[in-house]
Design a protein around this ligand. Structure first.
Ligand SMILES: NC(=O)c1ccc[n+]([C@@H]2O[C@H](COP(=O)([O-])OP(=O)(O)OC[C@H]3O[C@@H](n4cnc5c(N)ncnc54)[C@H](O)[C@@H]3O)[C@@H](O)[C@H]2O)c1
Length: 360
């Protein structure tokens, strides 16, 4: 594979990371995944490979090449290397960044309630782990990094939609860890000339999100409960709202952020006016909201799911949870201006695609 480029996806066995793996493999690139499988699963990687093989994407540099000659899941293809290790194992990080053009940093303890259950583990993985990764990148000369941040850094301030210039107000150890990781990104970018984007994701959903754990995100949990005739549980009155963002939009933003050229990032989608991040000065950590720019309540969500699945579920209500924000809504103008991000799949279309995954 002559023109392939190598990328590291930390947390690549998780929900978002494994979709990035699909996108990169489908474009003919080599991928290194570092993941400790604490919440991720090897099956996610197998699904990522199978999807990339089933739908290779011809790109300008590598037209028509596919990721593997064998479409069976199971053994991973040569283009994908899996390192089962924690961000806190520095030797593994040093190995993972060798020959890498850019890093998609997704690995983290990813939930607000989990961060209250174990705040120290959250800070270690999300802050110490991020700093260790940044150090390994800097030493290996890897300059481009897209880091997963979170809308939770805004907290529960009343102004909507959230703009990146607003003062953060974290309400949980998780939000604090994400904000601190962004600040670490800024320090490493300015000090060593790294080129970093901290992408503040807003409530990402889609296939492969784990519906089973007590910390699961709301959409896969609701779909699986409603499908089996159980009531979905809403914490609070259900009028809290979210800017639900389908996974494809998040993948697209990541590809744009690391400078995978516009035509390549767009090659499975409608054409968009992209920005060549090669023209951007190095030494900055740009913070960008990645959402859809709309918001829906949890009661809206149940109504839409009832329509899509042909069910008639009523929610049951439980007490609101600590650290949950009331409303979340992204202003995405800056992401559009800086990297050319415009969401490709809207909420309802994303819900339909997600429902197909969980119900077929
Ligand atoms: N899903 C969302 O709605 C959402 C919203 C905002 C931000 N994020 C962020 O996006 C990223 C990906 O989240 P996700 O939803 O895919 O969660 P996920 O749990 O599916 O993925 C996280 C992955 O990181 C791995 N991991 C955790 N700690 C690790 C460590 N110390 N070393 C190596 N690997 C480790 C896990 O095994 C898992 O595969 C996270 O950084 C999360 O904070 C997610």
């Amino acid at each position: 594979m002559s023109d392939s480029r190598r990328f590291l996806v930390t947390g690549g066995a998780g929900f978002i990371g494994s979709h990035l793996v699909t996108a990169l493999l489908a474009r003919g690139h080599e991928v290194v995944v570092l993941d400790d499988l604490s919440t991720g699963r090897r099956e996610n990687l197998e699904m990522a490979v199978a999807e990339a093989v089933a739908a290779p994407i011809a790109t300008s540099g590598d037209a028509g090449e596919t990721v593997a000659s064998d479409s069976s899941v199971g053994p991973l293809p040569d283009q994908l290397r899996f390192i089962k290790a924690s961000l806190l194992e520095y030797d593994a990080l040093e190995e993972a960044v060798i020959g890498v053009e850019a890093v998609f940093h997704q690995a983290a303890v990813p939930s607000v309630p989990r961060s209250f259950a174990d705040p120290v583990a959250t800070m270690r993985a999300n802050v110490e782990g991020t700093i260790a990764l940044l150090e390994a990148c800097q030493k290996a000369g890897v300059r481009r990094i897209a880091m997963a941040s979170s809308s939770s850094v805004y907290g529960d301030t009343p102004t909507l939609p959230k703009e990146e210039s607003m003062p953060p107000s974290p309400m949980s150890p998780y939000a604090l860890s994400k904000l601190t990781a962004e600040e670490a990104g800024g320090i490493f970018a300015r000090t060593y000339g790294l080129d970093i984007f901290a992408l503040r994701y807003f409530n990402v959903f889609g296939p492969r999100q784990d519906p089973a754990s007590q910390y699961s995100a709301v959409i896969p949990k609701f779909i699986t409960r409603m499908q089996s005739g159980e009531k979905p549980t809403i914490y609070g009155d259900g009028l809290q709202s979210r800017d639900f963002t389908f996974i494809d939009n998040v993948v697209y933003a990541n590809l744009l952020a690391v400078g995978i050229d516009k035509s390549e990032a767009d090659s499975d989608a409608m054409g968009r006016a992209g920005v060549d991040t090669d023209n951007r000065a190095s030494g900055t950590c740009d913070v960008l909201n990645i959402g859809c720019g709309d918001r829906y309540t949890l009661l809206d969500l149940i109504k839409f799911l009832n329509e899509i699945m042909g069910t008639n579920s009523e929610p049951e209500h439980a007490d609101a949870r600590p650290g949950d924000v009331r409303h979340s809504h992204a202003d995405i103008d800056r992401a559009r201006d800086v990297i050319g991000y415009v969401p490709k799949i809207d909420f309802k279309d994303g819900l339909r695609r997600t429902t197909v995954f969980y119900t077929s």
